[in-house]
Design a binder for this molecule. Structure first.
Ligand SMILES: [Zn+2]
Length: 428
């Protein structure tokens, strides 16, 4: 997915878009066991789809369960890992023996720390290095959970009585995309390469929107006509529906290419509703205008947009000397290193989000407060109020928790979770 300020990515404008959308409704970083309702669907004789609401979008994990044990495709969100393990144990005893990671986005490998130490972990050969840099530093994956086997092309795994073909189709949705095809069961996990029936998201740091259409065509060419396509977030579908998804990608890419060639800018193309015929693909985390923006950025690579958010220096500053040092580092880089790092409305909120998602509550509060100070009426104010309320509550600061919960409730009067939190705290 999505990262999202994603998810499901990162920072990566695409991921940011998704995260920005999901942040406002996502569940707490400190989820309690049982909080995630994991739905199980049997796809074939021994193939199960485990799905849950990742915060406004579906997240899927596939399990092959049989005489050889459990093989998992992806490990879901970190916060849902305990619930996922409990559900898996209703299918078979023990933990997975093999894990195949479809790509790098957090909601697909968040359970690695819980599941990934003992089993053999398979991923794209780029995945190890991706997980040791940038925003992934905040996840602090241990060495034992990183891929043991990497591939650039394809490999086969023989497990539970069938050949599982793992095929690298990399560089469109992200830099580590794999397709996992259960050849006998006729199910193919395609993760971010298909988001049918919705517009997809793109990790603009490691993926490439302009390669999306050809990546999907490659899947269509490789897979048999009767296979069930299992997207990481979209709806399970047939090859016929995958062709419709491909048709949308190909034609919308050509529309935006053609409009830009006429000298129009992105805002004009959006205003003219250039993708009005494709509105039926809205409904998940990318709107028609969002898709125009992805394509527009893809065609007009602006060097200024390639600057990363300062996630790495801030991670190391936090690690070495704590929050005050990291906040001072933020101010210093913002003042002196705009040539190297991107500072905009997203920056402080994104750092706060990364810390919040990884249960660093006081540190996340520091960055959400900074975001509100810099952009008191910015697009992330709801996210900041909501997560500050939770962060302060988790760290025992009742007065600040109440203040931020109330601010969030003012903006979202129907939010019953926050209303209950206020009621609970007022009784203390
Ligand atoms: Zn993704």
């Amino acid at each position: 997915m999505p990262l999202t300020i994603n998810k499901e990515s990162h920072m990566r404008n695409a991921i940011l878009t998704v995260i920005a959308a999901s942040l406002l409704i996502c569940t707490s970083a400190m989820s309690a066991p049982g909080e995630y309702d994991i739905k199980t669907t049997k796809l074939a004789d021994h193939i199960y789809e485990l799905s849950f609401d990742g915060g406004g979008y579906t997240v899927k994990v596939i399990a092959s369960v049989g005489v050889d044990g459990i093989l998992l495709v992806d490990t879901g969100k970190k916060q849902a890992a305990e619930d996922l393990r409990a559900k898996l144990r209703t299918l078979a005893p023990g933990d997975p023996k093999i894990i195949i990671l479809t790509h790098e986005h957090a909601e697909h490998l968040g359970g690695n720390e819980l599941f990934g130490k003992e089993p053999v972990v398979i991923g794209h050969s780029s995945l190890r290095s991706i997980l040791k840099q940038g925003a992934f530093l905040y996840e602090e994956f241990s060495e034992a959970t990183l891929p043991d086997i990497g591939l650039n092309d394809s490999l086969s795994v023989f497990f539970n009585g069938e050949e599982i073909k793992v095929i690298a189709v990399t560089g469109s949705h992200s830099g580590s995309d794999l397709v996992v095809w259960f050849t006998k069961s006729r199910d193919a996990c395609v993760a971010g390469i298909c988001n049918s029936p919705f517009f997809p998201s793109v990790d603009e740091e490691t993926g490439d929107v302009l390669k999306y259409s050809s990546a999907v065509q490659r899947i269509i060419d490789v897979l048999p006509p009767d296979v069930t396509i299992v997207p990481g977030h979209g709806t399970d579908c047939t090859i016929v529906e995958l062709r419709k998804f491909h048709d949308m990608l190909f034609k919308t890419t050509e529309i935006v290419r053609s409009e830009l060639a006429k000298g129009k800018d992105i805002a004009t193309i959006e205003k003219e509703d250039a993708l009005k015929e494709w509105k039926s693909f809205e409904g998940s985390y990318t709107s028609a205008n969002g898709w125009i923006e992805y394509l527009g950025r893809g065609f007009r690579k602006d060097p200024a947009d390639q600057r990363p958010f300062p996630v790495e220096p801030l991670y190391y500053a936090l690690k070495a000397k704590g929050l005050d040092s990291a906040l001072a580092c933020f101010q210093d880089l913002q003042k002196n290193r705009l040539d190297k790092f991107k500072f905009d409305e997203t920056t402080a909120a994104y750092i706060g989000y990364l810390l919040f998602e990884n249960a660093k509550m006081p540190e996340s509060a520091g960055f959400f407060e900074l975001s509100l100070k810099e952009y008191p009426d910015g697009v992330y104010k709801e996210l900041c109020y909501r997560n500050l309320g939770i962060a302060y509550e988790k760290t025992g600061n009742t007065s600040l928790a109440l203040k931020n919960h109330r601010k969030f409730l003012e903006l979202n009067p129907k939010d019953s979770t926050t209303a209950k939190a206020i009621e609970r705290l007022e009784k203390e």
